[in-house]
Design a protein around this ligand. Structure first.
Ligand SMILES: *Cc1c(COP(=O)(O)O)cnc(C)c1O
Length: 450
């Protein structure tokens, strides 16, 4: 029988995270304050525990995973690597297609991989509460779950449009014990400022981050947790790629190309960085971040210092950005509606060491439906981007006859996104025009530093 699922034993769960900084040709650009001076690590300790701040600035190649975090991760890890035989057959491609199935976590995505680590370090630091933002709801669910596992209260500022469109994501967070508020709220200065300017604001990730950071900065018992973008988040996600590498070894394979959806860069970094280590040592492999063409941060943004949030409370990060006040169209892949990107992913892209493509919404749903009909799993709209990228390449291989090995990250399932599928199947979805004017406008508001 042909092998479909490639499984690791629990004892093969990685015991170290891989830090890509050790293999980057140039040191990461430092975070800057509004005055243009580097932010000292101590300043970040106002909202993050020291252990995470140390990971944020670490250049060590391997960072040990605490035993309690490994035990928490065994709830869903190691996750399966799957050979997509049926999709390959349907496409008639000579390419081999593998996917790493991160949809099997309780929250349905890769995000709990970092949530448990962040909850653990906060608990160790004596923190009682965590605040955070959530867009589509994946991150809020992940932190709610992790908070429950480590005995920490969680308060979630959920982007208002998602709060209304995704009531079951909200209930899931509440089931795991979190408090959830539609953002902008009138509970923070940031929320009140936005509401004064735009009383009908539907919210954005940038606004929710402002609210969560403000509250965490104002209370000693409360810290903030971010689901993507930051170096320590990408670090925690590297268990995805580390496991995938071992799993491919078990079947004597190695990828020519890796695809992952890219919002803030965490699942891309998670699957791609452990392979970047080989690339830095001379191995040929293409690492492709796939983004929506309506929020094309890497492919159409500029590489500049910008804020991570809308109001400008976060340090400035050198990254590809569409401008911190860019409001992306209401695409269905909520997790990919972010104006910026991880500084590490951005720097590697700038240096030509990784690739990026932008895919229009309809192509992503076509790919998702084709995947559901062949491989069974209904993918998250975000994950559909990676699938679309892999399908494009598999079709290209069909033309050229190349038998490439393709790997993509199935970052999550779409069980809470069925309204989007329903609308796609009814023919009600469309592509969005590339928001050129809006991007041009917001890029004029970039802070003048660096
Ligand atoms: C949040 C999310 C993403 C995008 O975030 P990254 O930090 O870029 O990984 C992708 N897929 C799913 C399922 C998500 O929940």
């Amino acid at each position: 029988m042909q092998q479909t699922k490639i499984l690791l034993d629990e004892k093969d769960l990685p015991d170290h995270w891989y830090n890509v900084v050790a293999d980057m040709p140039n040191a990461p650009a430092p975070y800057l304050g509004p005055d243009g001076n580097p932010v000292p690590p101590e300043a970040m300790m106002q909202i993050f525990p020291e252990a995470l701040v140390m990971q944020e600035v670490s250049a060590e190649r391997w960072i040990p995973i605490p035993q309690e975090v490994r035990e928490a991760l065994t709830m869903w890890h190691p996750s399966p690597l799957v050979r997509a035989h049926r999709l390959e057959k349907e496409l008639g491609t000579p390419a081999k297609i593998y996917f790493k199935n991160e949809s099997i976590s309780p929250a349905g995505s890769h995000k709990p991989n970092t949530a448990v680590a962040q909850a653990y370090y906060n608990k160790e630091a004596g923190i009682k509460r965590l605040t955070t933002e959530t867009g589509a709801g994946q991150w809020g669910c992940s932190l709610a779950l992790a908070g429950q596992m480590f005995g920490i209260d969680v308060r979630v500022f959920m982007v208002k449009v998602s709060y209304e469109q995704k009531p079951y994501r909200r209930s899931l967070m509440q089931t795991w014990g979190a408090e959830v508020f539609p953002s902008p709220t009138d509970m923070t200065e940031a929320g009140r400022t936005i509401l004064a300017q735009h009383p009908d604001s539907q919210g954005s990730l940038g606004i929710s981050i402002s609210e969560a950071v403000e509250e965490a900065a104002g209370r000693d018992d409360t810290n903030y947790a971010l689901g993507s973008v930051l170096n320590h988040v990408l670090l925690h996600q590297t268990i995805i790629g580390l496991e995938a590498k071992k799993q491919l070894e078990m079947v004597g394979d190695y990828p020519d190309m890796i695809f992952a959806p890219c919002g803030g860069g965490s699942n891309f970094g998670g699957i791609a960085f452990p392979f970047f280590a080989d690339k830095a040592a001379g191995k040929k492999i293409d690492l492709v971040a796939v983004e929506p063409s309506s929020c094309p941060t890497l492919t159409k943004g500029v590489y500049a210092y910008d804020f991570g949030d809308t109001i400008g409370l976060t340090p400035l990060m050198k990254m590809f950005t569409l401008g911190h006040d860019f409001m992306p169209p209401g695409i269905h892949a909520g997790g990919l509606r972010y104006h910026g990107d991880s500084a590490l992913v951005s720097q590697l892209y700038k240096e030509g060491l990784i690739d990026a493509v932008a895919v229009p919404q309809l192509e992503t749903f076509e790919a998702g439906v084709q995947f559901a009909r062949t491989e069974g799993i209904v993918p998250a709209p975000e994950s559909c981007h990676a699938i679309a990228g892999a399908i494009r390449e598999a079709k290209r291989c069909k033309e050229t006859g190349e038998a490439k090995t393709l790997l993509f990250n199935l970052s999550g399932h779409g069980h809470f996104d069925m309204t989007s599928y329903e609308r796609f199947i009814a023919g009600e979805l469309s592509n969005f025009d590339y928001p050129e004017e809006a991007i041009k406008e917001s890029l004029q508001h970039l802070p003048n530093v660096g």
